[in-house]
Ligand binder design. Sequence first.
Ligand SMILES: [Ca+2]
Ligand SMILES: [Ca+2]
Length: 88
Amino acid sequence: MYTNVFGIIPDTTKSVWLGGRQVGESDDWLWDMSGQIVDPNLWYQSEPNDQGREDHICLKPAKNGLYDVNEGWQLIFLCETSGENLLC
Ligand SMILES: [Ca+2]
Ligand SMILES: [Ca+2]
């Protein structure tokens, strides 16, 4: 999934929000738009580690993996378009 974003992120040293979240306090993580389960192989090493109410997903391109983070992080968003619809 995220291997294709390297060409579109202007600064790959910056983390970006992705549209996904934890389902309650379960171990399940879902993509917002598709409702599909996040592939566990996409997480970076020991993530998700829930260090302080981390219920959202960001991508750290420099680490080549997903992190669970809390909503207090100020990051750019990565969105995609599907026809006339903007998906974030
Ligand atoms: Ca959490
Ligand atoms: Ca984390």
